[in-house]
Design a protein around this ligand. Sequence first.
Ligand code: HEM
Length: 457
Amino acid sequence: MSAEYKKAKGAAFSVAAPDHDHVFISSKQHLKECQKAKKDELSFLAATRQMFQPTYTMLGHNWLDERGAEGIGYVKAVGTLLPERMREIMPNMRFNIKTSFNRLLRDQCNPDGSKVMPAPALIKKVMCDLNGYAFFGSELGQDKAFMETVLEYNELVVIASEVLRITPTFLKGWVGTFFRDRGGIQARVFKMINGVVETRLREKADREAGLIDTPAPSDLVTWTIDTAPTELNWGARRITYEVIALWFGSLHALSATTSYALYDLCLYKEYLSPLREELSSEEFTNFMNTTQGLPLLDSFIKESTRHNPMEAMSGRRQALKDFYYSDGTKVAKGAWTCVPAKAILQDEQYFPDALRFNGFRFVPHKANVPDGVRKALQPEGPSKLTDISPHYHSWGIGSVVCPGRFYASVAMKLVLEHIVQNYEVELVDPKAERASIWRSYVLPVERTKVRFTPRSA
Ligand code: HEM
């Protein structure tokens, strides 16, 4: 894809795949037209459905192709209500991370006090616990059996959806049933979440009738209920599906991105000292009080996402009918149009010294960067991890952008803060494979091990 992007010099290019063709765009004009396409022309939700195969991975749930036809309450729940409450829940998020690390590393001790763990597997569990708290509060979030089941379900969906995407249509029903019935895991997860949703709906009705005066818990189940489209009268079942869909959209990306940042902490040790200085300063208190700040850590994570994008493409839209860009480029019905995000992130025009890791390339000019730490400057000036820009498409391409990025930024910072402040980290085998490529995904290799040595040891 990168070679095609270079050859195309801004023009659109096509890449065929077993399930459908891809038409890649990167010019300002194409992006503008893609963002402005009508809802019945290019669809984000149709592409998402193809990615996740919910018919087989979410107990037959299906959503409409037209974004907004069933409301976009989830965008408010995730992008507004969750960030608004973040300051309130951040101390508990921090405590949750500490508890997870202590529990997960407890049994791995070597005689010298160090602990060795496969890094992505560890991060996935930490993030699962953390997300569990943000999504389900203390009810299901503290329920060990539920958290183990929901993590197992997550893994199943990732594998099942990829297998189903390339399964010929005539075999899909058969292969899909195999995944759907596997140990009844989908039904179990559904039942547990649905139970909580039913209770919350009952309590909401009681609260509105003045029968109880306890406040609703501050978590995504509550906010998904509160932002559900009233005119559609969603019951518990539909709300449960919405919560499950949000869960998938979040855990996988969060874990992969944080795992890469952990590898980068192991590989580029010169950043540890300035990061520790920042995390021990007023900056951290300010971050806990405002959710903002920590410019060095923010830039380090952003550079890690640039250097190791977990997906080669972004801004997927499926054509619901033949679609033509104004230069005549055709996206045939069923094909996807998308952006070659990884190739753009490695383009020297936009990211000088693009192939090198420059942890502080995005920091504000006034930030306290010590001499000797590389800091390539961006032509467009400083930017934050959560910013959307025409060349950084990790959160999407505009018209649809990730509303979870504010929470993701805080969650990643809190996990990395815990690691940086409490451990020295190193790759057990610096030559071990860190990333594996499957189609457009570039995922952290599960078995790659990191040694955690407590800093006080
Ligand atoms: C590092 C972590 C994450 C990454 C890299 C990421 C990336 C993305 C991307 C690329 C899109 C699609 C935009 C498009 O195709 O144009 C998206 C959409 C979305 N993401 Fe995230 N995401 C992350 C974390 C999260 C989290 C933690 C949540 C929820 C708590 C979340 C919720 C959503 C939702 C609801 C959408 C759909 C938005 C809409 O329909 O308007 N994401 N995300």
